[in-house]
Design a protein around this ligand. Structure first.
Ligand SMILES: NC(=O)c1ccc[n+]([C@@H]2O[C@H](COP(=O)([O-])OP(=O)(O)OC[C@H]3O[C@@H](n4cnc5c(N)ncnc54)[C@H](O)[C@@H]3O)[C@@H](O)[C@H]2O)c1
Length: 438
């Protein structure tokens, strides 16, 4: 059991803190956002993540998990400090490390004995060294510490499961002492033989970007194939199945859609290209994926244009799904945003509904009509667009939807509706890379 402070209690920090306390560690999750910490102190979970409330409640009740905005005392009490603050895209396309650097400074100011400083935020290759230098400069030579890179691979929407039962743990450190500490932090995973990849710090930092960029490339690849299928009449789902059964390819991440979004792939692909450029290395493939993804949402609006014969001025379009994927409330870089902005620019009216993402989207797009239910969003609509693959939308009664809508146009950007059912219920529709039913 280790005493751990997690700095940054967002999607990653909160799941990490709750997960590590479930492994038997004593964890304090800290953040500068008072509102977030106050919510947690009063038993409220500030984000939507399946299974997270139960995990937090269990460990708070057991006395292993607490929350605080007072970071220095937490640091002083801990043997392990996990940095899980945000690293958003900076103005130049690289990662903005200002939060990481200010946390490193605070750690340096409060170092009172050997600690393992573990970076879980996604940080550019070489950041471990920067963190070490900042801490050394402030704390002087008197205190001992090690810097470890321990990138996180959880997926929003299944973050609890991904954290508790990961495919692998990557621990980057040149120090045996720190490796031993990290082994104790993740003790249950060592015992159940989760693959542990032990590397140097630079390689661990690289693994995270390499993994995210690879997945982003794979998504862009299947999206481009879907666009080709749209043009040729082939069915991208059959193509993906035929490809995915090959173990070298795998069926994962071969589902076409409106493009990748979220808080990771867009910024991490951009940061990778940026850091490679600084080393005079050109990431042509990742660059191509970024370019391809930046226009994929237009494939979706093009379909709307076609179905409405190029003008939907004054028409009401119901947008179902605002989050960048299902089972999260995260709308960062969601493809729904440019799609909605396009409709508004063409003077269409938008009525939006999402089971979890409306509060966050209201902060980005305050001026649109948010509806409290799917039914309210589609009532009287001329057209409907599925932007997120929520189960609620998969399970829609299409006959009822047809009765509620004024028009009969549907664009299914996630291919979750059955074309035969759509046709049977009188819809005129488009999806991504699937031929129209005869
Ligand atoms: N979200 C994901 O699915 C995911 C997965 C793997 C890795 N990551 C990486 O993990 C990191 C965190 O991502 P996230 O999605 O949890 O971000 P987030 O925006 O949900 O949370 C970041 C938190 O850090 C806090 N913070 C910012 N500056 C701080 C400071 N100086 N001191 C204390 N707290 C501070 C913010 O208040 C916020 O609560 C990023 O580097 C991200 O790339 C994210």
């Amino acid at each position: 059991m280790k005493r751990i402070t997690v700095i940054g209690t967002g999607y990653v920090g909160l799941v990490t803190g709750a997960g590590l306390s479930d492994f038997g560690n004593q964890v304090i999750c800290t953040d500068i956002n008072e509102d977030k910490i106050n919510k947690l102190l009063s038993g409220e979970i500030p984000i939507y993540e399946p299974g997270l409330k139960e995990l937090i409640d269990r460990n708070v009740s057991a006395g292993r998990l607490t929350f605080s905005t007072d970071i220095p005392p937490a640091l002083k009490k801990s043997e392990v400090v996990i940095i899980a603050v945000w690293t958003p895209m900076g103005k130049n396309g690289g990662a903005d490390l200002s939060a990481v650097k200010s946390v490193a400074k605070m750690i340096g100011e409060n170092l009172n004995g050997y600690k393992v400083i573990c970076t879980k935020s996604t940080v550019p290759i070489g950041t471990g060294k920067i963190i070490r230098e900042i801490i050394e400069k402030i704390s002087g030579d008197s205190q001992e510490f090690d810097v470890v890179s321990n990138p996180e691979f959880l997926r929003e929407g299944s973050a609890v499961k991904d954290f508790l039962i990961p495919n692998r743990i990557v621990i980057g450190s040149e120090s045996e002492r720190a490796q031993k500490v990290m082994k104790q932090v993740y003790r249950p995973l060592f015992i159940n033989e989760t693959p542990i990849v032990t590397t140097d710090v630079l390689s661990a930092e690289t693994i995270k970007y390499a993994s995210n960029a690879f997945l982003a490339v794979k998504i862009s690849y299947i999206n481009e194939l879907a666009n080709l299928c749209d043009a040729t009449g082939a069915d991208v789902h059959l193509v993906a199945r035929g490809m995915g059964l090959d173990g070298r390819i795998s069926s994962k991440f071969l589902h076409p859609g409106p493009g990748f979004g979220g808080s990771c792939f867009p910024k991490d692909t951009s940061a990778l290209v940026h850091m490679a450029k600084k080393e005079n290395v050109e990431m042509k493939i990742v660059n191509a994926a970024i370019t391809s993804n930046s226009i994929q949402w237009m494939q979706i609006t093009n379909k709307l244009d076609t179905l409405f014969k190029d003008s939907f001025e004054g028409k009401t379009i119901s947008i179902l799904g605002l989050t960048f994927k299902a089972n999260t409330d995260d709308v960062r870089q969601s493809p729904a945003t440019p799609v909605i902005e396009y409709i508004l620019k063409q003077k269409g009216n938008v009525r939006a509904y999402d089971p979890e993402g409306m509060a966050n989207m209201k902060k980005l797009l305050p001026g649109i009509n948010y509806c409290e239910s799917l039914q309210k969003a589609v009532e009287g609509a001329d057209g409907l667009m599925i932007m997120t693959e929520w189960h609620e939308f998969r399970a829609m009664d299409l006959k009822k939807i047809a009765d509620l809508m004024s028009g009969n146009i549907i664009v299914d950007a996630r291919n979750i509706l059955d074309p035969k059912e759509l046709k049977k219920n009188g819809f005129i529709f488009e999806n991504v890379g699937r031929p129209n039913v005869k």
